[in-house]
Design a protein around this ligand. Structure first.
Ligand code: F3S
Length: 288
């Protein structure tokens, strides 16, 4: 007789500190902030969560023009300072859910610019977090994602570097070493947040042992898609689901170990629903 499969959740999975904090602030605002309450852009890249917030009374505004009265919630990625000023000028109540680790990048960028450094932001051009960082550097910064991007920039003698929170230490090291060959002084403030890398490392470790991997989270979430990619490289039977209802019994035939991971924008309730669905479909046991 074959025994029931085991379910194991990756050591680091699901919402990070900044997203959990933003969700709690939104839930609080739904009942206590002046109505109507809107998030400026989706609070996180997870359509289910955006729907849940809508049901709780927190709508979605693409721009300040879509939130004429009441309150606006600034998401964990942060924004350029002008957006907060404009919202206040229009009489809106601002609930600033910018992650404190992202604020740290803003302050570092401001300090380096004030101290006269040419600012380089290591990150993904066009990403909302990077746009917010640029706004705190008087838009005088250059965004660089790889050493070759430096070729298009006239590098000054004194260069300051900050990093988008989700970048890797390797990407930062490569760019700093290329800068050291070109500038007299390179001042680096390492603003990487470990949450993303912890999730990737834990997913990789579990996927190398699991027979089936389930990755839970928004299909539009960059960090969840990256987790799915890492898992698929180590476990061919990897499935990325947004919701537990997408999980199919046939995926688990013959599996002994079922691994679960989730992006930094996946609330723990969604992971729990996936675990329950797998237990119901396969009789699997989740060792807690
Ligand atoms: Fe903040 Fe790090 Fe999450 S910067 S939003 S805790 S990934």
């Amino acid at each position: 007789m074959t025994s029931a499969p085991r379910i194991e959740i990756a050591e680091h999975a699901g919402v990070c500190y900044g997203v959990e904090r933003a969700l709690a602030m939104a839930a609080d605002a739904a009942t206590s902030a002046p109505a109507p309450v809107h998030t400026l852009g989706p609070l996180i890249h997870n359509p289910l969560v955006v729907d849940e917030l809508e049901q709780a009374g927190v709508g979605l505004a693409d721009t300040l023009d879509d939130a004429a009265t009441g309150s606006v919630i600034i998401r964990a990625h942060g924004v350029v300072p002008q957006v907060i000023e404009q919202a206040r000028d229009r009489g809106l109540t601002v609930i600033d859910a910018t992650c404190p680790y992202v604020k740290r990048v803003h302050h570092a960028a401001e300090r380096l610019v004030a101290d006269g450094y040419q600012l380089i932001v290591v990150g993904e051009s066009g990403h909302p977090e990077v746009e917010g960082i640029m706004g705190h550097a008087d838009d005088r910064a250059c965004v660089v994602s790889a050493p070759c991007d430096l070729d298009a920039i006239e590098i000054e003698k004194r260069v300051g570097v900050v990093v988008q929170t989700t970048q890797t230490q390797e990407a930062l090291a490569d760019i700093v070493s290329a800068l050291l060959a070109r500038a007299d002084e390179v001042r680096v403030i390492n603003t990487i947040c470990s949450a993303t890398q912890e999730r990737q490392k834990a997913a990789s470790e579990l996927a190398s042992r699991a027979d089936v991997m389930i990755v839970v989270g928004g299909k539009n979430s960059g960090n969840t898609r990256r987790l799915a990619q890492i898992c698929a490289e180590r476990c061919a039977a990897t499935h990325h689901v947004e919701d537990a209802s997408e999980i199919e019994t046939t995926w688990f035939a013959g599996a002994e170990l079922i691994g679960i991971t989730a992006g930094a924008s996946t609330p723990s309730a969604h992971i729990e629903r996936a675990v329950n669905a797998i237990c119901n479909l396969t009789g699997a046991v989740h060792a807690r």
